[in-house]
Design a binder for this molecule. Structure first.
Ligand code: NAD
Ligand code: UDX
Length: 475
């Protein structure tokens, strides 16, 4: 076959680059894969012998790394050398929301993507297929192509013949916490492009484990836009159910019952109807804001307003939770001990990007609460950065500005606590002994369950006050 791929270089060893390349390596033993990153610390973590120290926690990832690393999967910070040797290059770098300049607060910052394109333009040799794996604004492939073509026009005519490029869009739909399962059994693989040889070369790799009918081909702009749209639709469902949850609390309805009732309608479907503390994660907010920006840019303010509402509702919802806690605790939480269970934006990941816990905890600290935070996977350094607060120990000086305490043992942390707030649905939180908790907490004590994870009957049978998300049936 023309374009049979032997060497892949993936630029970006993050939550997408690492797991995606690990799965390709598992199913494609004939392909040598180099995952490169300018972040040397991250690369050294990927190369750690002790697999518990990998930079990303994903169930099942360590087993694949164990079998492929050093064989056909390699992690390196030698970006240019690996670009030069590759016949296919995945761009899997971060594309966060711009913080300054034109489109700040909404448009995607493409400086990392542009830097990759320039590096590829300078160092690639022969015919190279560039695959957009990052989530990108529609028509970014055009920018990448321009940079690649521009580099050729600067070379002598002899050199020009040596290089050629094809650009494909191949957005990633994995969810964190289930990344390996999503990659091994994807609902679909989307490939957008114009060149049939390049599409064929990429399809052949996926065909090593993905059934042919699940590989969808579209034009490149549809592929780029489909990724933003998928995330916007998913996030929209969460804002929808969270808005209804607030109405349930006000009216005596129960959002779980409402979700079950509507989810059985096959046109609506049962997934993504769990009311929670608001959506987090690195993708939803930034991708919707990007859609908002693109809509405005293309002269569609009504479309922009529609999607902006999804993010506005999410922000309002997070505030609603912290305000509700203050109200339930007699209007003040100053000096009160609140145990926070879960800081990651969802279970089974150590990622805290855009986690609802960040805004909610910041608000509670602002109100003067003493926060005792537990999370089985998120390290203290990350929580300090996210909250802009210091980690202190019991009895240590509190004159350090904002601070928080780390919880290792949940049961003992509940001693004298005024409230417990569950923000991530880790399994560890589903079997807490609430009878015992009630004996050691300071009364009147509260349990706030923003994830519907605890057994409400057990709590209601104890002396604890109970609130759970979207439940207006608790008196
Ligand atoms: P990440 O921040 O975890 O990883 C990106 C990595 O790229 C970083 O380690 C960074 O150092 C590296 N990098 C940036 N510029 C570089 C350069 N010029 N050369 C070498 N390395 C460079 O990001 P992520 O979560 O893996 O996301 C990557 C892309 O995938 C984003 O566009 C995101 O929207 C998209 N995406 C993410 C998810 C997810 O669940 N995290 C899912 C689907 C799609
Ligand atoms: C999302 C998309 O699902 C994935 O396809 C895309 O590639 C990247 O963005 P991710 O952010 O990893 O994945 O996790 P996801 O499971 O979508 O959850 C996002 C947020 O929504 C989390 O905070 C989660 O707790 C919340 N959520 C999800 C709910 O509150 N209720 C639900 O029913 C589902």
């Amino acid at each position: 076959m023309k374009n049979k791929i032997k060497k892949i270089c993936c630029i970006g060893a993050g939550y997408v680059g690492g797991p995606t390349m690990a799965v390709i390596a598992k199913y494609s033993p004939d392909i040598q894969i180099n995952v490169v990153d300018t972040n040397e610390k991250r690369i050294s973590q990927w190369n750690k012998k002790d697999l518990t120290l990998l930079p990303i926690y994903e169930p099942g990832l360590d087993q694949i790394i164990e079998k492929t690393r050093g064989i056909n999967l390699h992690f390196s910070s030698e970006v240019n050398k690996n670009i030069e040797q590759a016949d296919m290059i995945f761009i899997s770098v971060n594309t966060p929301t711009k913080t300054k300049g034109l489109g700040a607060g909404q448009a995607s910052d493409l400086k990392w993507v542009e830097a990759c394109a320039r590096q590829v333009a300078s160092f690639a040799k022969g015919h190279t297929i560039i695959v957009e794996k990052s989530t990108l604004p529609v028509r970014t492939a055009e920018v990448i192509k321009n940079i690649l073509e521009g580099s050729k026009s600067k070379k002598s005519s002899e050199e020009k013949d040596i290089k050629s490029f094809e650009v494909l869009s191949n957005p990633e739909f994995l969810s964190e916490g289930t990344a390996i399962r999503d990659l091994e059994k994807p609902d679909r693989v989307l490939i957008g492009g114009e060149n049939t040889n390049a599409i064929e070369a990429l399809s052949q790799i996926y065909l090593n484990w993905v059934p042919k009918e699940k590989i969808l081909q579209t034009n490149i702009w549809s592929s780029e836009l489909a990724k933003l749209t998928a995330n916007a639709f998913l996030a929209q469902r969460i804002s929808s159910i969270n808005s209804i949850g607030a109405l349930c609390e006000a009216t005596g309805a129960d959002v779980r019952e409402v979700a079950r009732a509507i989810g059985t309608d096959s046109r609506i479907g049962a997934k993504f109807l769990d009311s929670g503390p608001g959506f987090g994660g690195s993708c939803f907010k930034k991708d919707i804001l990007n859609l908002v920006y693109l809509s405005k840019y293309f002269g569609l303010p009504e479309v922009a307003k529609f999607w902006e509402g999804v993010v506005d509702l999410n922000n309002w919802h997070q505030k609603r939770i912290s305000e509700l806690i203050v109200k339930k605790l007699f209007g003040t939480i100053s000096g009160k001990k609140i145990v926070i269970l879960g800081f990651a934006f969802k279970a089974n990941t150590n990622d805290t990007r855009e986690s609802s816990a960040i805004q909610i905890c910041k608000d509670l600290i602002q109100e003067g609460a003493l926060l005792y935070i537990h999370d089985p996977k998120v390290i203290s350094e990350q929580i300090c950065n996210d909250l802009n607060a210091s980690l202190i120990k019991e009895g240590e000086s509190k004159d350090k500005g904002n601070y928080w305490f780390r919880v290792d043992d949940i049961t003992s942390s509940l001693k004298d606590a005024d409230a417990v707030l569950i923000l991530t649905e880790w399994d560890d939180y589903s079997d807490i002994n609430w009878d015992l908790a009630s004996k050691i907490m300071r009364h009147p004590a509260w349990v706030f369950d923003a994830r519907s994870i605890v057994d409400s009957k057990k709590i209601l049978a104890s002396d604890l006050n109970f609130w759970r998300i979207g439940d207006g049936s608790i008196i």
